[in-house]
Design a protein around this ligand. Sequence first.
Ligand SMILES: [Zn+2]
Length: 77
Amino acid sequence: MDGGWGGEVPAVYGHEAAGVVDEIGPGVTSVKPGDHVVVTLIRSCGHCFFCAQGDQHICETQFPLDANSPLHDDAGQ
Ligand SMILES: [Zn+2]
């Protein structure tokens, strides 16, 4: 955002993505269709002690993907 790593700003670099929510699945409450979102590999809850201090990169919340990888082989393992 500040251009510290070079290149044209504003920009979305690397593994981040941005878009608009089209649909949500059962149990999803944090976003709704039409919301504009930014996705990053560094997950943060926005509510824990560290997130509240502005240190989202060391968020202490456990997320479902921390315990259950979305990756699997043909046998489902
Ligand atoms: Zn957090």
